[in-house]
Design a protein around this ligand. Structure first.
Ligand code: ASP
Length: 340
């Protein structure tokens, strides 16, 4: 990995301020008892793919808003929203996932309940269509002795708990076969390249929720970055990196996984909220830490997008990538679905 980290100098704070200025961030004040934020990845989403993204986001919001109004617990709502996106085929998750350099699908997912900090995650699973369901089982049926399962072990756990395993080929879609063939023509491909303006993975998915009781949860699911070595696991199933939830705040992130993990992006944002920052400041601050401390191989700041909710239901969405697919729902209001 060719990241370079600056050392907390004046140059660091200048770089940090520049990244902070470049971040696009929206704030959604709490309105009603519950709230739902969703993302479908942050990268240079091409215009022709925007309608698909919006459809996938709308479907996910419909699933989540219904569950929330029926009184479902936050952990169950984030799991059902993310499962909807894993099955939609639009996103880099579940059936739409990008491919490894071997042409296989390998999926990572993580979920966390804010009230008791219980989390569960799976990495590099090949035979589960909706890995967030396995991560959720680790929370709701586990006793905390195992939190993260990978590869065959995760699949055996899933099967033992009644989740049907599928052949990996079932998860491989034609669009991603074409993308992989194109990427294979290039030399020196790097996991960070997919987030640059001229490139493209598809879109990791994530959700944060405040339920009617005031409880928070976060979930993230991904097919990783395209053309990566088999067995590579990014930030998405790592708590504090691609997802995190506490009694005070919940966060889900997307972007270059090696960079996000380096600065513990979601833990940084939830920690800032717990320390008294408002959600918007927490998002801007965390993205600026990422951009100033971690560099892409060409020297440009590492980029990401994230969604954060606090315990009152105030939400913020921010990104430093060219675009981000995202949606917001609060009771009694129309959903906001944006891809720009
Ligand atoms: N963070 C994911 C990873 O690096 C990719 C993404 O968010 O698009 O695996």
């Amino acid at each position: 990995m060719s990241t370079s980290e600056s050392r907390g100098s004046a140059a660091d704070s200048t770089a940090s301020a520049a990244v902070r200025d470049a971040a696009r961030c929206s704030f959604f004040p709490a309105d009603g008892q519950c709230a739902l934020l969703v993302h479908g990845g942050a990268w240079a989403i091409p215009d022709e793919e925007v309608p698909d993204y919006k459809r996938g986001l709308r479907d996910a919001v419909a699933v989540g808003s219904k569950a929330l109004q029926e009184g479902a617990a936050a952990i169950d709502v984030v799991a059902s929203v993310v499962a909807s996106m894993e099955s939609s085929g639009c996103f880099d998750a579940g059936r739409g996932a990008v491919l490894t350099e071997d042409g296989t699908v390998e999926l990572d997912a993580g979920i966390m309940r804010g009230s008791d900090l219980a989390w569960g995650a799976v990495g590099a699973v090949r035979r589960v269509a909706e890995p967030i369901g396995v991560a959720r089982l680790l929370v709701v049926q586990g006793d905390g002795s195992v939190r993260l399962l990978v590869a065959d072990g995760a699949e055996r756990f899933a099967a033992a708990h009644g989740i049907q395993l599928v052949d990996n080929e079932v998860l491989v879609c034609e669009r991603e076969v074409r993308r992989l063939n194109d990427l294979r023509q290039r030399t020196h491909y790097h996991t960070s390249h997919t987030f640059l303006p001229a490139e493209g993975p598809r879109g990791t998915v994530g959700c944060v929720v405040r339920d009617l009781s005031g409880a928070l949860a976060a979930a993230t699911s991904t097919g990783g970055t395209p053309n990566r070595p088999s067995g590579r696991v990014g930030d998405s199933p790592l708590p504090g990196c691609g997802f995190y939830a506490t009694p005070h705040a919940a966060a889900s992130a997307t972007g270059w996984g090696e960079g996000i993990a380096t600065v513990l992006l979601c833990g940084s944002a939830t920690g800032a909220v717990e320390g008294g920052a408002n959600v918007r400041d927490a998002v801007e601050r965390s993205l600026s830490i990422l951009g100033s401390r971690v560099r892409n191989p060409d020297g440009s700041p590492a980029t990401a997008g994230m969604i954060v909710l606090d315990r009152e239901g105030n939400g913020a969405i921010g990104y430093t990538t060219p675009r981000m697919a995202r949606a917001v729902w609060r009771p009694g209001r129309d959903a906001i679905v944006v891809v720009e």
